[in-house]
Design a protein around this ligand. Structure first.
Ligand SMILES: Nc1nc2c(ncn2[C@@H]2O[C@H](COP(=O)(O)OP(=O)(O)OP(=O)(O)O)[C@@H](O)[C@H]2O)c(=O)[nH]1
Ligand SMILES: [Mg+2]
Length: 413
């Protein structure tokens, strides 16, 4: 569908850490995310917001010319519109109008794959719809001259719609509780696997899925679209030292996430709360890279306390292939998920980090003739000392907790 993207903003508002141009560009990218054809994008600077049309009738009439000329069938307004404003604009422009929340809901809806993801998105969509029915009801009432007690077909239809939505919301919430409980069980099983969990987090389009694929050889859909990933994905990766880690790819963050969507979004981030390490993947070639970082930290701040974040977070600067070659060594761990540059260094750093976290040291005795087990110890650990007494080796060894668990089993046999 031919789509016009507009970004209305207050001229005197300087509370934003991004330029209006950058925010418009992001809205265009969001619109591309559900394969709409963007024929034009326009900044709409305003002195005030107008209750009837949000942007004012004059601006609306100006835009009507573009809409007519370019045969636009859909306008995406990168803002939050009330149902009244939406309807008035649709009337002026004779085409469909959606706001940012509706757009992101569409994207989440198109991308959600797991049962839980779909439920969460539907729930968010219903909550959005419900709030709009409520407001449009008062609007209708006002149009009729405020005689709400007269009732009428419009009102009762809305009452029915509201009840249907309420019922559906209740059903989804119950179903979600079940799903969450099942997943809790799954996670318990997973926690028995003594692998550290590393979650890739970061702004949408930073390259998380590309890095995830590069690290695990997995084929997670990665594409040049926002929100290419909605549901977290888990894979095991063996580090050069032999230590296994679990990697989790997560949904991308975005600025000004509509509040109706926060719960749906957070539900997809449970892995983050359990992670032993958060790899914050940053698109370092993006002009808004530091604003994106702030957004990511804000969202994470709502999920974890500051101290935990301090300890668990590590930045990876991605897309260094986009930087000039003599400027790739700046701060952080620089990688290119696309070309593979820097990935070995990243793996070595992970090894070191988890080596320290997950190594255990213990003493053991072994009959000197048990060459097989001795060889196993040398293969899977670092033997710190070894002495012989009365036909027994006294050994002090350090190894990963995972290998230590294997050793316990091996010793029993
Ligand atoms: N030049 C360059 N492009 C990259 C690099 N890593 C990823 N990309 C591109 O960036 C785009 C987004 O990559 P994804 O891996 O889908 O990004 P993501 O962070 O998973 O995005 P969401 O799932 O939407 O949050 C794709 O077009 C990738 O090919 C890189 O190191 N260099
Ligand atoms: Mg992704």
């Amino acid at each position: 569908m031919k789509t016009l993207v507009i970004h209305p903003y207050l001229k005197r508002d300087n509370t934003h850490n991004r330029t209006p141009e950058a925010r418009l560009a992001e809205a265009v990218r969001l619109t591309h995310a559900i394969s709409l054809e963007v024929v034009d994008s326009v900044l709409v600077p305003l002195s005030v917001y107008r209750p009837a049309t949000y942007i004012g009738q004059g601006k609306a009439d100006e835009l009507a010319l573009i809409i007519k000329e370019k045969e636009v069938g859909l306008v995406v307004a990168d803002s939050s519109l009330s149902p009244v404003q939406q309807r008035n604009l649709e009337k002026t422009w004779e085409c469909k109008v959606i706001d940012r929340t509706a757009l992101i809901l569409e994207i989440f809806g198109a991308r959600a794959r797991t049962h839980e993801g779909k439920l969460q998105v539907e729930l968010a969509a219903l909550e959005y719809q419900k709030s709009r029915l409520v407001r449009s009801w008062t609007h209708l009432e006002r149009q009729r001259g405020g005689f709400g007690f007269l009732g009428g077909p419009g009102e009762s239809q809305i009452e029915i719609d509201r009840r249907l939505i309420r019922d559906r919301i209740a059903r989804i919430k119950r179903e979600l509780e079940n799903v969450t409980r099942t997943r809790e069980l799954h996670r318990k099983t997973r926690r028995d696997v003594p692998y550290p969990l590393v979650a890739l987090v970061g702004y949408t389009n930073a390259g998380k899925s590309t890095l995830f694929n590069r690290l695990t050889g997995a084929q997670v859909l990665s594409m040049d679209k926002l929100f290419a990933t909605l549901d977290p994905t888990l894979r095991i990766r063996k580090l050069p030292s032999g230590l296994n880690i679990m990697l989790s790819d997560t949904v991308g963050f975005i600025s000004d996430l509509p509040h109706e969507l926060v719960a749906a979004f957070r539900a997809t981030l449970e892995e983050v709360q359990e992670a032993d390490l958060l790899l914050h993947v940053r698109d370092i070639s993006h002009p808004d890279s530091s604003a994106q970082k702030e957004d990511v930290l804000t969202v994470l701040g709502g999920l974890l306390d500051e101290e935990t974040l301090d300890v668990k977070m590590m930045e990876v600067w991605n897309k260094i292939d986009q930087l000039p070659e003599d400027n790739r060594e700046v701060g952080g761990i620089g990688v290119s998920a696309l070309t593979g540059e820097g990935v070995d260094k990243l793996l070595a750093i992970l090894d070191k980090k988890f080596g320290e976290f997950y190594m255990t040291k213990f003493n053991l005795k072994l009959p000197v003739e048990d060459g097989e087990k001795l060889a196993w110890l040398y293969r899977h650990g670092t033997v710190l000392s070894q002495t012989e007494k009365k036909g027994m080796f006294h050994i002090s060894v350090s190894m990963t907790t995972e290998n230590a668990a294997r050793w316990k089993k091996l010793k029993k046999n």
